[in-house]
Design a protein around this ligand. Structure first.
Ligand SMILES: *Cc1c(COP(=O)(O)O)cnc(C)c1O
Length: 398
């Protein structure tokens, strides 16, 4: 029985806890993990029927009940028709491109997207005759100018990493659709708890489940959400054939992660805003990048487009790289790691880690300066996070 049969518009929290679950004859309360690579059929005719339609349980490369529960729950939270889970966030991006593009097609991408996404585009898709142009995320005119007759996708993340720049999703969706282009949004930073790109006109939503969907730093995985044809048929077909599948165990971890997603995202956002406001008062800090601050140039857009400002705060120290490294090295609580979206706060120096492969001039153009520090604000007490940063800041504040 579907618990939402008689509910016109179930709330986000109810969907997060309940959507997608189907109970077995055992009457289990929590969702079970189906660690089985294959499934048995009652008879030869049933096997033939399932193979011919590729529906029902066949083989866990493309059909698994635990993975399906995660897919249905994430689709419900994003407000999409269909979801396909993948073995990583990168596999979700790859599957989307392989299923929907062909040689000769062109992508317009924001230049400020996850570094490995750029490597995927430039090193691998290019081998198959797919070209990519990069534009400034918030510059609508630049997106329009980059359109060619063979442009098939607009690709972006909002807010961007690490400078927290925003794209106006609705405006880009309108522009894309006027040219028969699909808008793909990597919704990793906000998650559907804070931003629902389909409501703003996006066609496909990509996730790295590794970040906030898990939210506790355990598993690598990803997903694509969208319509029945592109996701449920085309991308599903690629997954079935090429096999970048999500393990049922990881799907189960994400499924349970989704149950607390809205609570965690609210807590991350509240803590990040407090920390950002406090950082703005520090003498050693030149500038803070956080969409929840009134000083953020796109604060109004963030309020309109997002229901929270998220857990990532970046800031520029006046002392350049020596200051950034000494602040990072003085921490005892915050983890020094490039990962994000964890209950544990993490601290990173983008110029020498996530963006270290760029040349100095590329970094300059991307706005990643030597004094920039990024914090993924976890769920520790904000007072303790601040105290940990004070170890380094009190020296730098002078
Ligand atoms: C981490 C990340 C990815 C890649 O996801 P993996 O699960 O690491 O493959 C893609 N997009 C964004 C915005 C990310 O932060």
């Amino acid at each position: 029985m579907n618990p939402f049969d008689d509910v016109v518009e179930p709330g986000f929290a109810s969907l997060a806890v309940r959507a997608g679950q189907t109970r077995t004859h055992e009457g289990e309360h929590a969702e079970p993990i189906f660690l089985t690579s294959s499934f048995v059929f009652a008879n030869a005719a049933e096997a033939a029927a399932r193979f011919s339609t590729a529906t029902g349980n066949i083989y866990s490369r493309f059909t698994n009940p635990t993975v399906r529960m995660f897919q249905e729950r994430l689709a419900a939270l994003e407000g999409g028709e269909s979801c396909i889970a993948t073995g990583s966030g990168m596999a979700a991006i790859l599957a989307t491109c392989m299923a929907l593009l062909k040689s000769g097609d062109h992508i317009v991408s924001a230049s400020a997207v996850f570094g490995t996404t750029i490597s995927l585009f430039n090193q691998y898709l290019s081998k198959f005759g797919i070209t990519v142009s990069y534009v400034q995320l918030s510059d609508l005119a630049a997106w329009e100018a980059a359109i060619r007759p063979e442009t098939r996708l607009f690709y972006l993340e909002t807010p961007s990493n690490p400078l927290m720049e925003l794209a106006d999703i609705q405006a880009l969706a309108d522009l894309a659709h006027a040219h028969d282009i699909l808008l793909v949004v990597d919704n990793c930073f906000c998650t559907p708890a804070l931003q629902q790109p389909f409501k703003l006109g996006a066609d496909l939503v990509i996730h790295s489940g590794t970040k906030y969907l898990d939210g506790q730093g355990r598993c690598v995985g990803g997903a694509v959400v969208g319509d029945h044809q592109r996701v449920g048929t085309d991308i599903y077909g690629f997954l079935r054939t090429a096999g970048p599948s999500l393990s049922p165990f990881n799907a189960w971890v994400f499924l349970k992660g989704l149950e607390t997603l809205h609570l965690r995202m609210r807590a991350h956002s509240e803590a990040a805003l407090q920390l950002a406001q406090w950082l703005e008062t520090q003498a050693a800090v030149e500038r803070v990048y956080y969409p929840g601050l009134r000083s953020h140039p796109q604060h109004e857009l963030a309020k309109r487009q997002q229901s929270g400002f998220g857990g990532i705060v970046s800031f520029e120290l006046r002392g350049g790289q020596p200051a950034a490294w000494s602040l990072i090295d003085a921490t005892r609580l915050i983890s020094i790691t490039a990962n994000l979206g964890d209950t544990k706060s993490t601290i990173t120096h983008p110029a020498t880690t996530t963006h270290g492969r760029l040349t100095p001039s590329e970094r300059e153009r991307a706005g990643i300066r030597e004094g920039l520090v990024r914090i993924s604000v976890g769920l520790e007490d904000v007072a303790d996070i601040q105290r940990d940063l004070e170890h380094g800041l009190c020296r730098l504040n002078g």
